[in-house]
Design a protein. Structure first.
Length: 243
């Protein structure tokens, strides 16, 4: 059953201490579940009820509306027979207050590519990206530069590891400073691509994996648009902040 498979995956990663969130669950639907089979209506109903139960108990991070909206927008151009059923399930996830969150609760932050900084230690394997972001807890700030954070990426032959940097020495000459109120547990990183369909139409979508190549028409061209972070501020009364 779809519900049983997905719930077990979420519970397993939670029990091992790994950060789990609904963004990764959506990616699993795109890259594996709907590629291997087309779930029935009964399976999708069970998936929704089981996932809502697990997310309430385990406090799994919810998927931002913007993220899931971009996925749905891209899937509307799919040539696969079961794309409509997947769109239906993703729409239900977006409508769930337990599984998804509105813009005011997940602030979307775009990496400042003009200020990308390479580390002196093997720049081909390791680099860091700067994000400008003022957490609601910070209040008035008199420190020089802008509030923000740095995420360091380390690539090996298999994986990419992402680390939130709290060491102030990394922030020298970057134009940003770090506040200790920030937490990696409130962050979800993802990438955005601009796709050009065979008919010339353009659409943006989000991804970690290469699911877009499976679901969209052949000869669809893709262009990397940027790194983004969804920062969950659901515990604070804030308004939407533009990247």
């Amino acid at each position: 059953w779809l519900g049983e498979k997905m719930v077990k995956a979420v519970v397993s990663t939670q029990s091992t201490g790994k950060t789990e969130n609904m963004l990764e669950v959506v990616e699993m639907l795109l890259r594996r579940v709907f590629v291997e089979s087309t779930p029935s209506q009964e399976e999708m109903d069970k998936f929704m009820s089981d996932m809502e139960r697990v997310c309430e108990v385990k406090r799994v991070k919810r998927v931002p509306w913007q993220f899931i909206g971009l996925v749905i927008s891209a899937l509307k151009n799919s040539t696969k027979d079961n794309a409509e059923r997947l769109i239906t399930l993703l729409t239900r996830i977006k409508q769930s207050k337990v599984l998804s969150s509105p813009c005011r609760e997940n602030i979307i932050i775009r990496v400042d590519r003009e200020e990308e900084v390479e580390l002196e230690v093997d720049p081909e394997e390791e680099y860091k990206d700067i994000y400008h972001f003022k957490h609601p807890l910070v209040g008035k700030c008199a420190e020089p530069g802008q509030c923000g954070f740095i995420i360091r990426y380390h690539r090996d032959s298999v994986n990419i590891t992402l680390d939130l940097i709290s060491d102030n020495s990394y922030y020298e000459n970057t134009g940003v400073h770090y506040h200790n109120v920030l937490s990696h547990r409130d962050m979800c990183e993802y990438v955005v691509f601009t796709l050009t369909l065979p008919n010339g139409a353009k659409v943006k979508t989000v991804a970690w994996g290469r699911w877009r190549l499976w679901w969209l028409p052949e000869n669809t061209r893709q262009e990397f648009e940027g790194w983004y972070v969804a920062y969950n501020v659901a515990n604070y009364m804030v308004t939407k902040s533009e990247p």
